[in-house]
Design a protein around this ligand. Structure first.
Ligand code: HEM
Length: 555
């Protein structure tokens, strides 16, 4: 009996020691580091980027909030999950000032709500505020790449990737988006009511990417038209499966999945198959391009898709500045990853906002009739002539990103301790601190955006002379800023504007009404759904748009 008691005691002590070593000590160390900055501190007990916690946070926290309602205002419930920024908006900054920290057992996160400090941080660039590659290393699935590299390596990736985003590639994006959107609106107009906006928007963006990235064109297939067979084997389906299961892939790792493939449950086996198929697909395109470069084939010589540009640029540069085969795969995956759901989720938000705002649809349609003419064939619209004039369409994209930013941008201090001026205070930021522009705050703070800052009003981006209204520096970071901003910014703008132009010139969208609901009530319901049922999965998205059906009609 005495032996059992000693064993239990020893186990308890070992547990406590383990807990102190792995949790409490780092938390205390980080707390001490944060205190040195002399700014308000909030503490959260779990590293919110931990892959296991990523699988659980949205399930666990609502249960705790229900069982222990008095904890709702605690830092744990307010800040210990992905995307808390969207729920809180500017509230934490108005409570704590333009700068505050959140301390986790992993590191300290510093939040900036002052546009001048944000602009200064981006201006000072990668030397003082590099990317914290730990946060993106999950994107190393198929090889090192532009998103996960730093220093000289990143410069090589960035230089070569930048050569892919040419005006010729934008032309491809423009015409492919027009073709696909023409088929998509045809499909949407036959669905009454339409419940597949998000799924169809993903198809559109995937098909634009497959053409612009790999040179493969696919016709648009609506949600109900898609065939289920071969689901994880084709390029399209494999990429879709990978993107939908990124968190699982990160949690288990593609190598582990491959090693245990015979024993995996059905869902994981499908994910593993998809990784395998996507890798094979990239290898085949890579080999074909290499052969074409060597003169064995001329099939892809004149195409300006991202893969061919990357292989050619890499072959053309000196050996030290070239990318390895693995790095080319890594970059192709990351371009697909970064360019797919960012655009499709934003497009879905925009369609729902439009359904709630008929006056914005009319405002955009006026521009489309003026620039493109009422009866012109979309196939004749020109990227170089028409795209720069479609400012109202672009404003719909900016306004949607302002309120619902899919990708939060972040920097860190690495081993340095830079000083940053925030208002009249100079904050010396310790090493190993993540530094973030509080995007959900600065993009909606009434101090910079006015009293209607939370209203979706694309008209704020275009003045009465049809000139673009640039926001104050540091108040809009939708595509990030500085040296590591988004290289796909123009790509996404061209795709979005082309698709929107096709849809809004001749069509209008409204919410389907339920029972005796009026159209005005249905529009309010849509806005409520956008606000309450959007969340950060891997990116910010509407969770169940299919529960809010829409109807498209001829204008
Ligand atoms: C609406 C659409 C898009 C939004 C809102 C967006 C936003 C962003 C943001 C905020 C970053 C910086 C992330 C950070 O600092 O951690 C970023 C980086 C990046 N984006 Fe985009 N993006 C979009 C579309 C695209 C597209 C279409 C592509 C490619 C086809 C792309 C490729 C990339 C890449 C490769 C990076 C990493 C750049 C680097 O680290 O040097 N993005 N994007």
């Amino acid at each position: 009996m005495a032996f059992l008691a000693v064993a239990l005691y020893a186990t308890a002590v070992a547990w406590l020691a383990g807990l102190a070593l792995f949790w409490a000590l780092p938390l205390l160390r980080n707390y001490a580091s944060a205190r040195k900055m002399g700014v308000p501190i909030r503490v959260i007990p779990i590293d919110h980027t931990n892959p296991l916690w990523l699988l659980l946070d949205r399930k666990v926290l609502p249960v705790i909030a229900r069982l222990l309602p008095f904890t709702r205002k605690s830092s744990f419930l307010r800040y210990n999950y992905r995307g808390w920024e969207m729920r809180e908006r500017w509230a934490p900054h108005h409570e704590m000032g333009d700068v505050f920290t959140i301390v986790t057992p992993k590191e300290v996160w510093l939040y900036l709500g002052d546009p001048d400090a944000v602009a200064d941080m981006f201006r000072r660039g990668r030397d003082e505020f590099p990317r914290c590659t730990r946060l993106t290393e999950m994107l190393n699935v198929f090889g090192p790449n532009i998103s996960t590299a730093e220093g000289a390596q990143w410069r090589t990736h960035r230089k070569l990737v930048a050569t892919c985003f040419t005006e010729q590639n934008n032309e491809i994006v423009w015409s492919e988006a027009i073709n696909l959107a023409t088929d998509m609106i045809r499909y949407w107009s036959t669905r009454k009511p339409l419940t597949s906006v998000d799924s169809d928007a993903r198809t559109l963006s995937l098909h634009v990417l497959s053409r612009a990235a790999f040179g493969k064109s696919f016709r648009f297939e609506g949600h109900d038209e898609r065939k289920a067979e071969n689901s994880s084997k084709s390029y399209k389906e494999s990429l879709q499966t990978i993107l939908e299961n990124c968190i699982l892939i990160v949690a288990f790792g593609p190598q582990t999945l491959a090693r245990w493939k015979s024993y995996l449950p059905k869902k994981l086996a499908r994910v593993q198959e998809a990784c395998d198929a996507f890798q094979k697909y990239m290898t085949s395109v890579y080999e074909a391009e290499k052969a074409a470069s060597a003169g064995a084939s001329s099939s892809s010589r004149h195409d300006h898709n991202l893969m061919t540009s990357l292989v050619r640029a890499s072959q053309a540069s000196e050996s030290k500045a070239a990318l390895t085969e693995q790095e080319i795969y890594g970059n192709m995956f990351v371009l697909n990853f970064a360019g797919h759901d960012t655009v499709s989720h934003t497009f879905t938000f925009a369609v729902y906002f439009l359904a709630a705002h008929p006056e914005v649809q009319d405002w955009v349609a006026d521009e489309l009739h003026q620039v493109l003419g009422p009866g012109s064939d979309p196939a004749d619209w020109s990227y170089t002539r028409d795209f720069p004039k479609l400012k109202r369409c672009l404003a719909v994209l900016y306004e949607t990103l302002r309120l619902y930013t899919p990708v939060p941008t972040s920097k860190w201090t690495d081993k340095a301790s830079p000083a940053l001026k925030v208002g009249d205070k100079t904050v010396t930021i310790p090493p190993n601190t993540i530094v973030l522009p509080s995007y959900a705050c600065i993009q909606t703070d009434p101090r910079y955006w006015g009293d209607d800052s939370l209203s979706w009003r694309p008209q704020r981006w275009v003045d009465i002379n049809e000139e673009w209204v640039a926001p104050r520096k540091g108040t809009f970071v939708g595509w990030s800023d500085g040296a590591r901003d988004c290289p796909g910014k123009k790509f996404s703008q061209v795709e979005f504007v082309a698709a929107l132009a096709v849809m809004l010139r001749d069509w209008v969208v409204e919410p389907a009404t339920f029972g005796r609901e009026t159209l005005a009530d249905a529009r309010k319901r849509v806005l409520d759904v956008i606000e309450k049922e959007s969340t950060m999965i891997l990116l910010l998205q509407m969770i169940h748009p299919e529960r809010t059906p829409l109807v498209w009609k001829r204008r």
